[in-house]
Design a protein around this ligand. Structure first.
Ligand code: SF4
Length: 471
């Protein structure tokens, strides 16, 4: 244990907790430590990932081209219609603009793009340099909005002003200006908005079908396969169902305050959480017909997938996993889903979890599990090795860590192309975990620790062993 301890920077030691081995007093929700290569993204990126799936809006990044390239086509968020969201526009600010200001450039870019693409609305993202030079983005947006008669919304997402979580809030603030501006005709009392699902690989469509089978009307989806007109009339829905609470909680609270719409938190990952989400939504409407439909849906779906899940469970029983996610809510579901498959979570963490989130994770996990907030690649590698994990679940930045260490990897982030939500998503998840963890290729990787070695306190192996070349 001490070997791994020595790899944690002094300023980060209170962001790591080992269940059962020390009192729980975990620090989180703070800026990343200088010198620690955080896996987190910036404020701007936080806004961009939330708003990106609104497919009929123009997304213009006011800043250097690098910010735009960094977030270009950032999610596997599918659209059933327009594809405007997949283009990345930037004002490409240069040295001259930094000296003389970028407002004129922003104005001309907006006018030209709106004329060419005829979007339903435009989002203008302020990046770091815009915050430094002090362009009046609000004034330019207001002017273009009046001239072009579409909503032109500034997103105050200057990268340096906080964490990725502040970017979520900036995105919610921008969307909040749209909500309440549309006609709510045709929206019935059995209605809801889906919040915090980004239609990765078509997941929003799957969830929408479940709600429709329950007899419910989905008014708007924030923001998977999102449409500006739907967002404008979303205040007519009876309930907001919030997944990924970190990204949408500000808007849900705002809509509760302004329109009295209650919200509930759910997760659509794993059998337990998916079923709980549907039952909680059904209970909200106090309607026996909806409850009956929900029970039938859950029964049918679960009985259909259990035989296949049991086959994977037999193969995976006793394996160990490390889970590192953006928000902590997904981590809860992953710990439960892995348990369904017989896999123990030995390391778990997130980029943006709160103290309550980590407390819940601690209660959910077994003794000895390492909890980590806002980690970096060196720490993550060491924890994975110390615990003898067979699998790392994360996103694009964690993938190379897993492969260099020679262990299975499952992409559970927004770049993936496969449905992992809902009941069919659980089967895909099990299949992916099995294919990766049980692949024979790992036998060719030198330096892998066995489970029995991991349970002792053997010295940590060489960091990042290089896989042997196979011809
Ligand atoms: S930190 Fe600043 S410069 Fe870097 S991508 Fe984010 S907004 Fe752009």
């Amino acid at each position: 244990m001490e070997t791994a301890r020595h790899n944690i920077l002094e300023g980060r030691k209170d962001q790591v907790h080992r269940k059962g081995q020390e009192p729980f007093n975990m620090a989180c929700e703070k800026h990343s430590l200088a010198g620690s290569v955080s896996q987190r993204a910036c404020v701007f990126c936080g806004s961009r990932v939330v708003l990106y799936p609104i497919a009929d809006a123009l997304h213009l990044i006011h800043g250097p081209a690098g910010c735009a390239a960094y977030t270009w086509d950032i999610r596997g968020a599918l659209s059933s219609g327009p594809q405007l969201h997949r283009l990345s526009f930037t004002t490409d600010l240069r040295e001259r603009d930094v000296i003389f200001g970028g407002e004129k450039k922003l104005y001309h870019a907006l006018v030209e793009l709106i004329d060419q693409f005829q979007p339903k609305a435009a989002f203008v993202y302020a990046t770091c340099i815009v915050g430094v030079i002090g362009d009046d983005v609000d004034a330019v947006c207001k002017r273009v909005q009046e001239e072009k008669s579409i909503p032109v919304l500034p997103v105050h997402s200057e990268g340096f002003k906080g964490t990725k979580k502040d970017g979520y809030k900036a995105a919610c603030d921008a969307m909040g200006r749209l909500v309440g501006t549309g006609d709510t005709a045709g929206i019935g009392p059995r209605s809801l908005n889906i919040m915090g699902d980004f239609n990765i690989a078509g997941e929003t469509w799957l969830i929408k079908r479940y709600y429709e089978r329950m007899g419910l009307q989905v008014v708007a989806s924030f923001t998977g396969d999102g449409r500006i007109d739907d967002l404008r009339r979303a205040h007519g829905a009876a309930l907001n169902v919030v997944q990924c609470s970190g990204s949408m909680i500000h808007l849900a609270k705002d809509m509760k305050e302004r329109y009295g719409i209650p919200f509930i938190h759910v997760s659509y990952f794993g059998i337990e959480d998916m079923s709980r989400a549907l039952y909680e939504v059904a209970e909200f409407f106090h309607d026996q017909d909806i409850v009956d439909r929900t029970q039938k849906l859950v029964r049918d779906e679960v009985s259909q997938i259990m035989p296949e899940l049991n086959r994977y469970r037999e193969k995976l029983m006793g394996k160990r996993a490390c889970v590192y996610t953006g928000g902590a809510f997904k981590a809860f579901s992953l710990v439960r889903s892995l348990r369904t498959l017989g896999v123990q979570t030995v390391v778990v963490g997130s980029q943006t979890g709160s103290k309550d989130d980590y407390d819940l994770l601690r209660k959910l996990c077994d003794e000895g599990t390492i909890l980590v907030d806002d980690t970096n690649p060196v720490e993550l590698s060491r924890f994975v090795q110390e615990k003898g994990a067979d699998l790392l679940i994360g996103g694009v930045k964690e993938r190379p860590i897993a492969y260099k260490l020679g262990l299975g990897f499952c992409d559970h982030n927004h770049e993936r192309k496969q449905v992992l939500a809902g009941y069919e998503g659980m089967v895909n998840f099990a299949r992916e975990v099995y294919s990766s963890v049980c692949s024979p290729v790992w036998k060719l990787v030198p330096g892998r620790r066995t489970e029995s070695e991991a349970s002792g306190e053997a010295a940590a192996p060489t960091l990042l062993p290089v896989a042997r070349k196979v011809s």
